[in-house]
Design a protein around this ligand. Sequence first.
Ligand code: SAM
Length: 240
Amino acid sequence: MNWHASVLTLFPEMFPGPLGHSLAGKALRESRWALDAIDIRGFATDRHRSVDDTPCGGGAGMVLRPDVVDAAVGAALAAGPDRPAVVLTPRGTPLDQSTVRRLAEGAGVVVLCGRFEGIDQRVIEARNLQEISIGDYVLSGGEPAAMVLLDACVRLLPGVMGAADSAVEESFSGGLLEYPHYTRPAEWNGRAVPPVLLSGHHAEIARWRRAEAERITRERRPDLWARLHPNAAEAGAMDG
Ligand code: SAM
């Protein structure tokens, strides 16, 4: 069975969208993963096919109805019950590479995209949906976030990435941000490629890359650095 993603959305025509191109698109055509975009509106029961209603307690906007969303989630899970179901929401757990890795190692994922003000909390609880955020900003809908999540998962699936080890050294795999990359020409607009990278000394190149990855992580993401070195002051003194 290939890795199976079901996206529940009011805009199924947005998919595969960017996921139909490049690495993810090729993998989709090669059936390394499968994608179905399920129209939440297809589960509406009234003659207006309504999926939303006004918020209890008042306030702006509309909220996706629990009964309609529940029926959509149920249909997706019936097609693949071993898959975790997630809902994209700014108040979810921030998406990180370990979550992506865990999802990629499973049978697939059911992804619920919110719209309007969001989704009735009762269906999130009743279906035990894992709440995931892709960052501290607000999108107009969950679809771009679903694409981010799926792209990150699909590239980890077996056979999707070209070089077998290209995921091993990249950002976050060892907890660090990645070192900088260079290609030819060796000199461009007065800027030279760091000489060590042209030296052919593999051990020195590895040392340089490690040092750069550590420096960049320390400078740009002190939160990640502190996680790797719980006693940051001591680690700084030792590095210094
Ligand atoms: N009222 C919500 C709030 O303040 O948290 C924002 C709703 S937003 C306009 C509509 C939908 O976009 C959300 O239900 C969610 O599915 C999606 N969304 C917006 N920002 C997101 C983010 N940072 N991560 C994941 N999904 C997001």
